[in-house]
Design a protein around this ligand. Structure first.
Ligand code: ADP
Ligand code: MG
Length: 742
């Protein structure tokens, strides 16, 4: 699956924008940046430091000053990367820098002005021109997606319900690395189509934001292009290479103010800083090379850029700077950041025949549709031949054409066949109508049959048309080398581009050589130490002294640098501590609410249901009832009351089983309340006789007494009465049923 497994470092280029009108009005002291384009160096002056303090110098792969053209940056630093993507490598370009320094200008630029078109539109041009110029045995499939990360949530900018849709999740697969699940991906067949995709995304981004500048400076925008290319290999089989290109416009690198903000704003600031500081930590860990752990999982951004930083990708970082002295600290931080990123080593490789290549699926689907069409073609041909033979017409021999004209040809043939068939059926219908000897009924039947046959014919034609349309739609999605794209540039332009590329290549290698010469200069000085005279010795020693002086100056620079870095660490630690304090305060506030306003058992219930989802990096509630056993569990009743609404005693169960009206059966309270006492006169009459031995009389004439006693509710009667009434009921049961005797 992989080849060309060499490692290469992240290319870092720096671009400085011109002074804007406001900065210009601040006077000539405005600019703090000087650039040596030949050496690829940025020299930074500290406006607050005394003039004697040495300036800071940083060296990069290339630097672009205020006069640089969009085209220069593209040809020199981006074009080789896009070429690699077209060859099947993963590629990433990200713009990093303070808000207002030209990240969006570099990535997108002004679309309508050809001079000011940024990296993204130039890359679109490049990709589709390359396809149009490639050999015709190659097939391409180009797809585009557009997403943004805002407050640590990934949002699909091409989803029509962008505003209301749920944040997307990140997943990892061995084939394509970290990817976004359910992300919309649009197949693009031309520059116009892919530009349309970009526009749709940009509009979605602007709609969601109340203040676009504010929003874009706080969110990261990622435009992803996947180019799949199928080409016959030496083994005769088609091989697919997949290049993925990430074009990233990061949020402003400036620290979000955390002082004085609370609640949502504090969380927001913490989250925006989180992904950028996570990016910084990842870069530091990779540049350092010693620490085994790289904290990719700390933020969504670093997870998505995992392959681009230290993985399977070629990466270009464009660090953008503002020349104003007001932002010296931020500019210095950006330069340090960029300087560190230079040391990251990637291991890019060609992605060959990955399992998830969409092009393969498309090719298979097209082959299936073509087979279906061929089958229809064969069938219609058969029928046509039969028809022609039948009619005694001349049969015209036709050659088989294959490939992309298949659909058109089959459609033509089908049409021709349908026309002939219809004509034949019409003729037959006429013949039937004119037949004098046929019965009217028979005529009707035959005409109906012919009508049905014509209906079938039309249905079949419709099916063929649908199939052909599907086939054409599928096939049009694939771009074939040397075709499909109408805006061919002529040979002259091609030559011009090649020349431009050569010049860019030349200036790049020149710069590299200059940098090497500079480094070697200092070393070679020592080798020329053989001197013949005192004069020479003096000269040599003076030179040496100068060299030591130079080294001393360098040492001072490095010391100052160390001091700066320490200061910055102290500053960021203080900020972190401050954030921690604020968050702790909020936490304590929440604890206070929980302790005082939420009953402990409720709290425990909630706590027991909480689980931490490592994939999404947040706490989640477990469902109250496990999903799979939901229905069965809801039906179950406690064992103590199977089949009844409330618990019931053993005695009452026995009584019910015997059919008696039990005093202790379930729900008997209501029953008793409603069982009204018989008229008083009856009991008065009997009370005088039964008085002396009441218990006995109850025992001996249970059936008579039962009605009176039973009418008393257990809750109204005194204790003694309750026990006797229970006796009554018991004896009543004994006497009422023969089973009681047992
Ligand atoms: P960011 O995206 O970093 O916040 P922008 O790209 O929006 O910054 O740039 C801010 C302003 O500066 C814009 O008006 C843009 O046109 C201008 N600008 C940035 N870089 C350049 C440049 N290299 N040349 C001319 N104008 C630039
Ligand atoms: Mg911007």
């Amino acid at each position: 699956m992989s080849k060309n497994k060499s490692s290469e470092s992240v290319k870092v280029v720096v671009r400085c924008r011109p002074l804007n009108r406001r900065e210009e009005s601040n006077g000539p002291a405005g600019g703090i940046i000087q650039m040596d384009l030949r050496l690829g160096q940025v020299i930074l002056r500290n406006p607050r430091a005394p003039a004697s303090e040495p300036q800071k110098t940083f060296t990069f792969d290339a630097v672009y000053d205020a006069n640089s053209k969009q085209r220069d940056l593209y040809d020199e630093s981006v074009r080789p990367l896009i070429d690699s993507v077209l060859a099947g490598f993963n590629g990433t370009i990200f713009a990093y820098g303070q808000t207002g320094t030209g990240k969006t200008y570099t990535m997108q630029g002004a679309w309508l002005d050809p001079e000011k078109r940024g990296v993204i539109p130039n890359a679109f041009d490049h990709i589709f021109t390359h396809i149009s110029r490639s050999q015709s045995d190659r097939q391409y499939l180009v797809r585009a997606s557009y997403l943004e990360i805002y407050l640590e949530e990934v949002r699909d900018l091409l989803d029509p319900n962008h505003g209301s849709a749920r944040a997307l999740e990140l997943r990892e697969s061995p084939d394509s690395g970290v990817y976004v699940r359910d992300l919309t991906s649009c197949v693009c067949k031309s520059i116009k189509e892919i530009e349309e995709v970009m526009n749709v995304g940009n509009q979605a981004r602007a709609v969601g934001a109340t203040d676009m500048n504010e929003h874009s400076s706080r969110s990261h925008a990622l435009f992803l292009i996947t180019v799949e290319c199928s080409q016959p290999g030496p083994d005769g089989r088609k091989h697919i290479r997949v290049g993925r290109l990430n074009l990233v416009d990061l949020a402003g690198s400036e620290r979000q103010a955390k002082t004085g903000v609370q609640g949502e704003r504090l969380k927001e600031a913490a989250k925006i800083n989180l992904s950028l500081s996570a990016l910084g930590n990842v870069i530091s860990a990779l540049a350092d090379g010693r620490s085994g752990h790289v904290p990719y999982r700390d933020s969504k951004l670093t997870r998505l850029l995992q392959d681009s930083l230290g993985g399977n990708a070629k990466t270009v970082m464009v660090a953008t700077l503002g020349p104003s002295s007001l932002h010296y600290d931020e500019t210095l931080t950006t330069l340090r950041y960029a300087n560190r990123a230079k040391n990251i080593q990637n291991q890019p490789r060609v992605n060959e025949d990955p399992k998830d290549a969409l092009l393969r699926e498309f090719q298979m689907e097209i082959a299936r549709l073509r087979a279906q069409l061929n089958h229809r073609k064969w069938r219609s041909k058969q029928k046509k031949e039969g028809l022609v033979d039948e009619e005694g017409w001349e049969r015209d021999e036709e050659e088989d054409t294959d490939g992309e004209d298949e659909g058109v040809e089959v459609e033509k043939e089908a049409e021709e066949y349908v026309k002939l068939e219809e004509q034949r059926l019409e003729r037959e219908k006429d013949a039937i109508r004119e037949d004098q000897f046929m019965l009217a009924e028979e005529k009707q039947r035959l005409l109906g049959e012919k009508e049905r046959m014509m209906g079938d014919l039309r249905k079949e034609q419709e099916a063929t048309e649908q199939l052909t349309a599907k086939y054409k739609a599928m096939e049009s999605k694939l771009l074939v080398g040397g075709k499909n794209i109408t805006d061919h540039t002529n040979e002259q332009q091609k030559m011009l581009e090649m020349k431009r590329q050569e010049i860019a290549e030349q200036s790049r290698s020149e710069r590299e050589i200059q940098q090497q010469v500079l480094a070697q200069d200092e070393e070679t000085l020592e080798l020329r130490e053989t001197f013949t005279s005192l004069q020479q010795e003096v000269e040599a020693k003076t030179k040496k002294l100068k060299k030591y002086l130079k080294l001393y100056a360098k040492l001072q620079c490095i010391k100052a640098e160390i001091q700066d870095v320490n200061d910055e660490h102290v500053r960021s630690r203080q900020e972190l501590e401050q954030t921690q304090n604020e968050l702790t305060r909020e936490l304590k506030f929440k604890y206070l609410i929980i302790e005082n306003f939420i009953p402990p058992e409720e709290k425990n219930k909630i706590m027991n249901r909480l689980t931490f989802d490592t994939e999404e990096d947040q706490w989640k509630f477990q469902p109250l009832v496990p999903a799979e056993s939901k229905s069965s569990q809801m039906k179950k009743r406690p064992a103590s009351a199977v089949g009844y609404k409330r618990p019931i005693s053993q005695y009452a169960r026995v009584a019910i089983a015997m059919g008696a009206n039990s005093r202790y059966r379930a729900e008997n309270i209501m029953f008793l309340e409603l069982d009204m006492t018989p008229p008083n006169t009856a009991s008065l009459d009997r009370s005088t006789e039964a008085e002396p031995n009441q218990s006995h009389s109850v025992d001996s004439s249970p059936t008579k007494d039962r009605g009176v006693r039973k009418s008393r509710s257990w809750c109204q009667t005194p204790k003694s009465l309750t026990s006797s009434s229970s006796n009554v009921s018991l004896s009543a049961c004994h006497t009422a049923t023969p089973m009681a005797a047992q």
